[in-house]
Design a protein around this ligand. Structure first.
Ligand code: GN1
Ligand code: MG
Length: 368
C-alpha cells in the first residue's frame, strides 16, 4: 500500500501535505511526511518494515519502546551535567493506540519523530566528524549499558553471528543459480577465494562469547555513519537513529560497524576500488570519541577484541553482500545488476586494508 494512504492513520496534528522518500536504506522503505496546521508544521518519519528480513515486526516495536523510554529517562536525569541536548526519536502511536499500523496487504508500518536541524552523512566529512561519530556511539552504548538484556527481544536471530553467514553462502553455492553466478564472474571467484581463506577465523567473537570472555549486552546493531546525526547548528553529534536492530548482542558488532563505515572515505557504494582504504587518522578520532563514554563500561576482555571486531564486521558485511549476490539479491535491495557483488568487493578491499594496518590499529586501541 502507498505510504500516503497509511500516514493519516498515525496520531499527528494537522493536515498531511506531502510524503517523500527518505534516505537509501538497504532493507526497509523510509518516508518523510509533512503535516501542517495554520500555525505550525510537524515532520515525521514513516517506515515499512521488510518482513523478509524481520520475521517479527512486533518485536522491533517492543524493543524500540523499551530503549527509547530508557534512554529518554536517563537523558533527563543527566541533562544538567551534559554539554549538549542529546536526542533520540520517539515512537508515534497510531490513532487506534497501537504502535504500528498493518495495511490490507499485511505490511507493517511505524512512525517516529524526525530529529530536526540535523543531518547524517554517507561518508566522513572531517576528523572532527569522525570524533563525533565515535562520541555518539559511545554515549548511546553507555546509556543502554544498564538495561536488562534479557528483556529485549531477538528481532533478527543470527544477526552478526558470522559463521551463520558462511552457512548462507554454502546454501547459495549449492543451488544452480549460485553456481551460475560464480562461474560467470572472475570477481565473484576472487571473492569466493577471499572468504574461504578466512573461514576458520570467522568465529573469533562467537568463540570469545562462548568462553565467557565477552558478554551479551544491549546493542544498536547498525551504527553505520549514515545512522549518526550531526547537529546543523553546532557540528556536534546529536543522536543515533535506525533502532530496528537494537537487541542483545556484543558491543563489538557496533564498534566494528561504526569503524568500517566511517574509516572508508570512499563509502560503501564506490565502484573505484583503488579509493577504498582504512584511514587510521579517522580511526584514532573515532576511538577517542568512543572511549570518552565507553571507558566507563568496557572490560579488559572487551578491549582485547576491539581490533578483531573492526576486521570481522567489515569482512562479515562483505560476506553477507556476496552470499546475497549468489542467492539472487533476496535480502539487500539493489538498484543495478551486480550491486551486491560490488558492495562485497568494497568490504573485502577494506578488510585487506585493515589487515595490512593491524599493528597501527592495535597501537591506537592501546594508546588512546
Ligand atoms: C543494512 O538498511 P540499512 O541501511 O539500515 C543492514 C546492515 C548493514 C547495512 C550496510 C537489518 O542496513 O546490517 O550493515 O545495510 N541492516 C540489516 O549498509 O541487515
Ligand atoms: Mg538499519
Amino acid at each position: 500500500m502507498k505510504a500516503a494512504l497509511i500516514v493519516p492513520k498515525f496520531n499527528v496534528a494537522g493536515r498531511l501535505v506531502t510524503v517523500e522518500v527518505l534516505g537509501d536504506g538497504n532493507v526497509n522503505d523510509t518516508y518523510l511526511a509533512i503535516f501542517r496546521t495554520t500555525f505550525s508544521e510537524e515532520r515525521i518519519v514513516l517506515q515499512r518494515i521488510n518482513q523478509r528480513v524481520f520475521p517479527n515486526p512486533e518485536y522491533i516495536m517492543k524493543n524500540m519502546m523499551m530503549v527509547t523510554e530508557h534512554v529518554h529517562r536517563r537523558l533527563e536525569e543527566e541533562i544538567h551535567f551534559s554539554d549538549r541536548i542529546w536526542q533520540l526519536p520517539r515512537v508515534i502511536h497510531a490513532k487506534d493506540g497501537q504502535d504500528f499500523v498493518i495495511d490490507g496487504e499485511g505490511e507493517y508500518w511505524r512512525a517516529i519523530t524526525l530529529i530536526a536541524s540535523a543531518h547524517s552523512y554517507g561518508q566522513v566529512q572531517s576528523v572532527e566528524h569522525a570524533h563525533e561519530v565515535g562520541f555518539v556511539l559511545g554515549q548511546f552504548q553507555r546509556l543502554i549499558s544498564d538495561m536488562d538484556v534479557n528483556l529485549l527481544y531477538d528481532t533478527l536471530p543470527g544477526f552478526h553471528i558470522t559463521p551463520g553467514y558462511f552457512r548462507k553462502l554454502d546454501a547459495a553455492l549449492q543451488t544452480p543459480e549460485g553456481q551460475e553466478h560464480l562461474a560467470a564472474s572472475l570477481e565473484a571467484q576472487r571473492c569466493h577465494r577471499f572468504v574461504e581463506e578466512r573461514r576458520a577465523w570467522c568465529s573469533v567473537l562467537e568463540d570469545a562469547k562462548d568462553n565467557c570472555q565477552l558478554q551479551l549486552r544491549a546493542v544498536h546493531g547498525d551504527p553505520k555513519i549514515s545512522n549518526i546525526m550531526i547537529d546543523d547548528a553546532t557540528g556536534k553529534g546529536t543522536c543515533i537513529v535506525d533502532l530496528d536492530t537494537v537487541k542483545p548482542g556484543l558491543i563489538h558488532y557496533d564498534f566494528g560497524d561504526c569503524l568500517r563505515s566511517c574509516c572508508n572515505p570512499a563509502g560503501e557504494e564506490t565502484q573505484d576500488m583503488s579509493r577504498v582504504v582504512f584511514d587510521t587518522d579517522l580511526c584514532e578520532a573515532i576511538v577517542r570519541g568512543y572511549l570518552a563514554h565507553a571507558r566507563s563500561f568496557l572490560t579488559d576482555g572487551d578491549r582485547k577484541y576491539l581490533y578483531d571486531a573492526i576486521r570481522l564486521i567489515s569482512f562479515e558485511l562483505g560476506l553477507r553482500f556476496f552470499a546475497d549476490y549468489l542467492a539472487g539479491n533476496v535480502y539487500f535491495k539493489t538498484r543495478y545488476d551486480g550491486q551486491n557483488l560490488n558492495r562485497a568487493r568494497v568490504q573485502f578491499k577494506l578488510t585487506e586494508s585493515i589487515e595490512a594496518r593491524e599493528k597501527q590499529i592495535r597501537s591506537i586501541l592501546e594508546s588512546v
